[in-house]
Design a protein around this ligand. Sequence first.
Ligand code: SF4
Length: 425
Amino acid sequence: MIKELIIRFDYHSGKTVKKLRELELEKKKINNEDEISKLKERIDALQQEYESKLKPIVLVAGCVAQAEGEILLKKEKYIDAVIGPQSYHQINEIILKLEQKLRSINFTEFDVIEKFDSLNSVKNSDNKVSSFLTIQEGCDKFCKFCVVPYTRGPEFSRSIEEILIEANQLVENGAKEITLLGQNVNAYNFETKRLSDLILEVSKINNLERIRYTTSHPRDFTEDLIEAHKNCKKLMPVIHLPVQSGSNKILSAMNRNHTIEEYLNILEKLKKIKPNIKFSSDFIIGYPGETNNDFAATMKLMNDVKFINSYSFIFSPRPGTPAFDLNKIDQKEAKSRLTQFQKLADEKKINYRKNLINKTALVLFENKIKDKNKYFGRDEYSNSVIVETKENLIGKIKVVKILNVNHNTLLGKTIHDINQTNYAA
Ligand code: SF4
């Protein structure tokens, strides 16, 4: 058993919390054989495909790879390197080393500070209109189904100063929109500064028009963050707030540490201060122990909240997590529930989108569609919008009239610039 002491400031209680986290990774590795055999099938197929060709460089990446690095390299000689999420920034260097025939390297060690230092120099050359900026890594929540706390380590927040330097450089290079990223982004906490403080600082950057953040946890959705949605005009009016289930029994079994009432209360407070706000969410269907009643509660939640977007999956046990050994519910039943849920979620999404026809949206245009006079952008709710025009729209915010919708995209025509109108979203 590996043990690790986590020390962090808990701003719910205002106290420093010390927690002994027991990583059961060693014990669970025995169960990871299933995952490794699936990977072996993929490697075998690759080997066959390249039998008469030059061997490609084979990298295995991701959270499970992080947990299984040593075993993978020992078992699969065709793999050249295993790369954990903490080492993605080293990928160019890794490939170069492999090209120089330095084989079988395990790049899965935690070194979050070094990773962020390196990302500084990579990301600042980015000149996208819409850019991502990682502000936080890791998670202390230990939801029973999730591998992140084991593979990405405890919560770590970058300094405001460092983030602002990077944000300014992104904007200098053309970014009009920045999405602040973190596994548990609203747990951001650097020297008592929270996400709301950071948003306020980032919003002061001239020429930055839009701020988003993802992914949030309901437990960390504090009053100051709710207030930020009232005070910061650059903060977009859509929040992705994973709920996973509509049943309190299942939320407790998942160790989500909040009830459905608390979740809905956050949404209500946000709607009160910003009536045009919308929500999207993640759902796990068929979690061990989910009954018909629990599932009905999840369907009710979708009906009540009318999420404009949702991501739903059947529970899939991740090696190394406490939920891995739980008894799965009947899989035919789980599939049937997922189908019902996705049908309802689709109905909500389609209705929402149909209602946008003949209305206007503020769209920030990101790029031109290849070989066509069509431009792609996103409205305030992150909906994809395409318009046809000869005018170069990249980097501009325009008022667009929505003419038609399909499942994933809104089609419209530009009316005028945002600064030529009194249009208020
Ligand atoms: Fe943390 Fe999210 Fe994973 Fe829960 S689901 S442990 S909050 S990363």
